[in-house]
Design a binder for this molecule. Structure first.
Ligand code: DOR
Length: 405
């Protein structure tokens, strides 16, 4: 395929200019005014941005075990429509992804899936059954394809267990991704609950040396602790979600269905999260795509979380219209690739042709039309300023908004 006339934004190569891109399954040529060759498919990207494939490093695909919430087919299609060429999926599945056998359940479904999928990168659990007690066999999980470890949805409450786990996992490059909610404090105060775990973990990072990433930060105090720790040389990274960047507990209009973990916070927190993106304290955008059925969201005890993949990039742009394109793309490509230690994140010659084409055309969210089975999002009905045009994985155009429309 020859992608013509787009503005190539590849932060890893420090490119941000009009360039044509020739691809097979890998990137073969970048240049100005490239001529189509006989038999070559031409993709007209004029008026669009062409970027290294976006990676969402925090997604719940619900595989194995909860097909009423999502399947590989629906979640994978949602990812492609959202511009993601790769997603890292969380282990709070049934059963949890805490053993090579359970990772194999996911991989078997991947091999059996008949629809085109983005790259799916499993995150395995930190502790058995995510129960916070017994560390998993990290080497065996990496051997089986795990790219990171997390008990997401649950925080390892016992610091001794987490320190021991971090030391056991030290030989593996795969980072720990930590959900920061103190079970004892969550009901009392978002800030206290989140920041106490971040502060604790900073010390565990120093003691263990383990690579560390904080999931979905949501409060100002947590961000301030991380900023301070990073300034002291602690190499921890963090992500932020579309909903925490755009809503407070007061501004969201879903009623009890607005439940999400961590909860939506205050105006000062939203401002602090945006500032943390601007100054690099937070270096990754991640959707925390958490699909639940309508019944689960609107029942007596609403399930926490929102469908996220199909609104994500529009929502990030809505929260941060002043963020440079270079930074915007980096937070979705080279930054998550570096943290997870996976190929991609750049369109350097010879790298896999995973490409996201997008533009700044406003569009209105219609959650009922999502590919995901999750239809509940606080962005429903809103107009978002940035839109996915095409998603290319390994040289194949797997989503093309012009054909879909
Ligand atoms: O709101 C949330 N939903 N937060 C989490 O950490 C887990 C997620 C889920 O799996 O539904």
């Amino acid at each position: 395929v020859l992608i013509l006339g787009g503005r190539l934004v590849d932060p890893a190569q420090r490119i941000d200019t009009l360039r044509d891109v020739r691809i097979t399954d890998v990137v073969t040529e970048i240049g100005e005014h490239l001529e189509p060759r006989p038999g070559e498919e031409v993709y007209d990207a004029s008026g669009c941005f062409v970027a290294p494939g976006f990676i969402d490093m925090h997604v719940h695909l619900r595989v194995p075990g909860e097909p009423h919430k999502e399947t590989l087919e629906t979640g994978g299609t949602a990812a492609l429509r959202g511009g993601f060429t790769a997603v890292a999926c969380m282990p709070n599945t049934k059963p949890a992804l805490d053993s090579p056998e359970n990772l194999e359940l996911l991989q078997r479904e991947m091999s059996a899936c008949c629809t085109a999928l983005p790259r799916i990168l499993p995150i395995a659990a930190i502790t058995r059954e995510r129960a916070g007690k017994d560390p998993c066999d990290y080497a065996a999980l990496v051997e089986r394809g795990a790219v990171a470890f997390s008990d997401d949805g649950a925080t390892v409450a016992d610091g001794r267990v987490l320190l021991d786990a971090a030391r056991k996992a030290l030989a593996m490059r795969a980072p720990f991704i930590v959900h920061c909610e103190s079970p004892a404090l969550a009901a009392l105060s978002n800030a206290l609950s989140e920041s106490s775990i971040v502060a604790r973990d900073v010390q565990i990072i120093r003691k263990s040396g383990k690579a560390w990433h904080f999931a979905h930060l949501s409060t100002r105090t947590a961000v301030e602790i991380l900023r301070f720790a990073r300034a002291q040389g602690v190499a921890a990274t963090a992500e932020v979600t579309p909903h925490h960047l755009n809503f407070t507990a007061d501004s969201v209009t879903l009623g009890p269905a607005a439940r999400v973990n961590p909860s939506l916070a205050f105006e000062t927190d939203v401002r602090a999260l945006r500032d943390a993106v601007r100054d690099g304290t937070i270096s990754v955008f991640a959707s925390d795509h958490a699909p639940h059925t309508i019944e689960e969201k609107y029942g007596d005890k609403p399930a926490p979380g929102f469908t996220g993949l199909e609104v994500a990039i529009g929502a990030y742009a809505l929260a941060l219209p002043d963020l440079s394109l270079e930074r915007f793309v980096a937070m979705l490509s080279c930054e998550p690739a570096r943290i997870l230690g996976i190929p991609g994140g750049t369109l350097a010659i010879g790298t896999p042709a995973d490409i996201t084409v997008f533009n700044d055309e406003p569009w209105m969210v219609d959650a009922a039309a999502f590919a995901s089975k999750g239809k509940v999002t606080p962005f429903d009905g809103m107009t978002l300023p940035r839109k996915v045009v095409a998603t290319i994985v390994g040289g194949r155009i797997l989503y093309d908004a012009r054909i879909a429309a």
